[in-house]
Design a protein around this ligand. Structure first.
Ligand code: ZN
Length: 202
């Protein structure tokens, strides 16, 4: 069943044109409002469309319903006659990494839960929050996480987390003022914590 959006949804640089309400959740159809792009090979700008392709990532849930996007992107003709590339794909918007099945904001929300709990507990909670993902995926998200440069924290919380339960553990440092992870350390020994703590201070 198609319906008008009964709520605002923020999708930068995109226009939502349809909302389907299905048993599983919402399907939002949208297109990119950028009508030109640069050839990935020769960097020539093009506005000559040569068809479309679709990406179907999962986004943050709305209320208690899951959300799948159906995002239409263009294929462009390269206007440079010397370029060996005849067509190229419009890049995804910033909020959707190439080849990702989830939007960046959904991945961030899942990673935050995983870091505050652990893989298994995080997976159970996320299922209740309509952002289901597996225990293994959460561990991958934690391992891939790169701390961003931020001021030296004044108050640190320390906890361990199971990379493989009863076998391999890591240590998570949490900035208690900003309520966000500050760093991840290998192992959970006092020596490892001392070394990691010195790195944060330098
Ligand atoms: Zn080109």
């Amino acid at each position: 069943m198609s319906t008008q959006l009964p709520f605002p949804v923020y999708l930068p640089n995109c226009q939502i044109i349809n909302c389907q309400s299905l048993e599983k959740g919402y399907v939002l159809t949208a297109y990119s409002i950028n009508n030109r792009a640069y050839c990935l090979l020769c960097q020539q700008v093009s506005n000559r469309s040569n068809g479309f392709y679709y990406r179907k990532p999962t986004d943050l849930p709305i209320s208690d319903r899951s959300v799948q996007l159906k995002l239409r992107l263009r294929r462009f003709l390269c206007l440079n006659p010397a370029c060996p590339r005849r067509t190229f794909s419009q890049p995804c918007p910033d909020w959707l990494p190439a080849y990702a099945r989830h939007t960046s904001r959904l991945t961030q929300a899942q990673r935050n839960v995983a870091m505050m709990l652990d893989g298994k507990a995080g997976s159970r909670l996320l299922a209740h929050l309509h952002m289901p993902t597996s225990h293994d995926t959460l561990l991958r998200l934690i391992r891939k996480w790169q701390p961003t440069a931020s001021p030296i924290p004044h108050a640190l919380g320390v906890d361990d987390w199971a990379i493989r339960k009863a076998k391999t553990y890591g240590t998570i440092l949490v900035d208690l003022e900003r309520h966000q992870p500050s760093d991840l350390l290998e192992g959970r020994t006092a020596e490892g914590l001392r070394t990691g703590y010195k790195c944060i201070l330098t």
